[in-house]
Design a protein around this ligand. Structure first.
Ligand code: GLA
Ligand code: GLA
Length: 681
């Protein structure tokens, strides 16, 4: 789908669409005079750009007043791009409402939990559930779709922008009304809601739907199920908004694919993209590196999870940065090689399009210090030269376009319900970090050179020999059954502390933790033992635990103890267990071992499943392997994770990117990426 998007703008000699990787950026020509546009198109061609996203923040420009429209400039931009052979992923332009709208209708402005209005002056100051906002925004969508339906540059629709980036949680009266509607649909009766929310507690019993509010600033901890349902509702409300725009686009341009840019990256938690993926014609994602010890592992993790959300099919990298961002406390420039390496890791994990925010670095506005493809220095710059080199690289990688992820043998289950619920307030610890725990397992697998797929509960879990489910806190009865069946049929399940604790209503499974998985794991826990921030405990296998411990009792004589606590309140008790389940097993890790500890433990968890690295010995750790496959072949992406040169010996295949030495060794320079093509299997 993505690889042939551009076929609307250019065709191969035989008239068939030429599959290729898309390359480009957000393009904001309204920030520049007309003569710059011509230079833009010329430089885009020079850089190998073939797609740009236009109009994302153009509402005030295309509709300067309620009944005033000004499409002339955008017509011209679209024409210029088309003449340059550049396709347009056209935004519906609804991301940031213009001042005339928020002045006439301040009731579209979001409200925080403590009742503060989010005023205009930045962007995305709209309530996802505002009927007034929706009416105006959908009118604009209709106008845009009608205007450009037949424009030859149009290759895809870009709904709004990063839905929920700043406005996922709105506590306004509109939100309250929509929340009640959502709750009615979920529970049908007030009795069912009262039961689910456990309103017998603290005198919270509702006698009328109208009494129900979003979890606004309260005197103490708001009802946890109300909080969890509000998270579910808020994600759903944005999804409904996405559908509303999409329906208009499909009505007017049924043949033009529709997407919106997700934000699978650190710091973003509110949108359940596993639940959104079906709503778009192809998944698109934005990703920014947040500097830190695992920053590039996190990039790979996010790209991998995006692939999981997309069901292993190709997806569209809508934004990342050529160099520094502008929203960190300190904004680091990328080092040489990082621009290409970061982009290619996304391609390794299924991106068929590589786009940046943004094409030309702004001279004014809140993002003027955010890097771009054409920096303030202009085209005579290292950044633009690196951008042009990447354009050429992506051309050589054209055969990869359209290929899918080759499933790994290890899956890591990522679940928004557990993410949201496990990090709520009033818990045994406020230090638990769901995403970090999942990332630590991923980093440990990278350190061992073992390929793993991030997957959601919608995936076919049975295809994985090992399934790691970190902090799988919410386990409804049917998920418990699925996991039990998985292990009994030969799968090797690994789970951790604070997993299997509650059902979908956030009610604790009773009789000893982890209620939903107790029998499967062959253990029983009477009390949690969270650790103070600075405290750690030693395990008898030499690893160190932090954050959490459990008072584990082994209840099944078959359950093996893989490691015991050597120090701390649980000294002598089991810390890591595994219960054989016929051909499979179910393992439990009761503490946070961190990357180092998990790297040391994992071989013992992988061994019974027969899972080892697919990389040559010397490359295990320094090199990340990701595999895409399709009719055109099997593509091995080899990413040098280090700042040193790494030789990779003994891997067969035609070199698509990189170079072999005379003796056939593939040598990866610091931060290099190589791509090998093997015959399709
Ligand atoms: C987001 C937005 C862009 C821009 C970038 C800056 O991804 O979608 O408009 O603000 O962040 O990093
Ligand atoms: C106070 C309250 C109780 C309970 C405890 C919990 O004592 O009176 O209702 O909330 O705190 O520590």
């Amino acid at each position: 789908m993505i690889s042939t998007l551009l076929s609307r703008t250019r065709r191969g000699a035989d008239g068939d669409p030429v599959p290729r990787l898309a390359y480009g950026a957000d393009y904001n020509p309204e920030q520049w005079p007309r003569d710059v546009w011509e230079e833009d198109v010329r430089l885009m061609r020079e850089a190998g750009v073939n797609i740009v996203s236009v109009g994302i923040f153009s509402w005030a420009r295309v509709q300067p007043g309620a009944d005033q429209w000004d499409f002339g400039w955008l017509d011209e931009v679209m024409d210029l791009l088309h003449e340059g052979g550049i396709g347009v992923d056209l935004a519906t332009a609804t991301a940031s409402p213009p001042p005339w709208l928020s002045t006439a209708h301040p009731e579209i402005l979001p409200v925080t939990a403590d009742g503060e209005t989010l005023w205009p002056g930045a962007r995305q100051h709209w309530r996802p559930t505002s009927p007034v906002f929706r009416e105006h925004a959908l009118r604009l969508v209709r106008a845009m779709a009608t205007r450009y339906a037949d424009h030859p540059a149009l290759v895809a629709w870009h709904v709004s922008n990063e839905l929920g980036c700043h406005n996922v949680y709105d506590y306004s009266d509109d939100a309250a009304r929509a929340f009640r509607d959502w709750l009615r649909a979920r529970y049908t009766t007030l009795d069912a809601l009262n039961h689910a929310w456990g309103t017998a507690f603290w005198s919270q019993r509702y006698g009328d739907w109208e009494q129900i509010l979003p979890p606004r600033l309260a005197a103490s901890h708001p009802n946890p199920t109300q909080q969890l349902d509000f998270k579910r509702f808020s994600s759903h409300a944005l999804k409904e908004y996405l559908r509303a725009e999409r329906e208009i686009l499909r009505e007017i341009t049924p043949d033009v694919p529709v997407t919106t840019n997700f934000m699978v990256m650190g710091g973003t938690k509110g949108m359940d993209y596993a639940d959104w993926a079906e709503e778009v014609d192809f998944v698109a994602n934005d990703h920014y590196v947040v500097p830190g010890p695992q920053d590039r592992d996190e990039l790979s993790f996010s790209a991998n999870l995006t692939s999981g959300i997309a069901g292993g099919r190709p997806w569209f990298l809508m934004e990342h940065s050529t160099s520094a961002v502008n929203w960190q406390p300190v904004n680091l420039a990328k080092r040489p090689g990082e621009l290409a390496r970061d982009a290619l890791v996304h391609v390794a994990h299924g991106a068929d399009a590589v786009c940046f925010f943004q094409w030309r670095q702004s001279a004014a506005g809140a993002e003027k210090y955010h890097s771009a493809m054409v920096p303030h220095a202009g085209a005579d710059s290292d950044v633009f030269r690196a951008v042009t080199a990447l354009g050429a690289t992506l051309k050589t990688l054209a055969p990869v376009a359209g290929t899918e992820r080759e499933p790994a043998r290890v899956g890591i289950l990522y679940d928004w319900q557990s993410w949201w619920a496990s990090e709520q307030d009033s818990h045994p610890t406020s230090l638990l970090d769901y995403r970090q725990e999942a990332l630590d397992w991923y980093s440990a697998l990278l350190a061992l050179g073992v390929r793993a797929d991030l997957v959601t509960t919608r995936a076919d879990l049975g295809r994985y020999r090992v399934l790691i489910a970190p902090v799988l806190h919410v386990v409804p009865a049917d998920l418990a059954k699925t996991l039990t069946r998985y292990a009994e049929q030969g799968g090797h399940l690994v789970t951790t502390y604070f997993s299997g604790i509650v059902d979908e209503n956030d009610h604790v499974w009773l009789g000893g933790y982890p209620g939903a998985l107790r029998e499967l794991l062959g253990i029983r826990i009477e009390e949690f033992g969270p650790l103070p921030a600075a405290e750690t405990v030693e395990l008898d296998d030499g690893t160190t635990g932090a954050l959490w411990t459990d008072q584990v009792t082994v209840t099944d004589p078959e359950t093996q103890v893989l490691a015991r606590y050597r120090t701390g309140a649980q000294a002598g008790r089991a810390a890591v267990t595994r219960r054989p389940t016929g051909p499979g097993s179910a393992a439990y890790v009761s503490t946070r071992l961190g990357v180092e500890g998990l790297t040391s433990l994992l071989p013992r968890l992988l061994e019974p499943a027969g899972v080892t690295s697919e990389l040559p010995a010397d490359a295990r750790g320094p090199v990340e392997l990701a595999v895409r496959r399709g009719p055109a072949g099997r593509f091995l992406f080899l990413v040098n994770r280090t700042d040193a040169t790494v030789p990779v010996l003994g891997l067969a295949g035609e070199v698509l990117l990189g170079a072999r030495d005379a003796d056939g060794t593939l040598t990866l320079g610091p931060r290099d990426v190589a791509v090998l093509r093997q015959p399709a299997v």
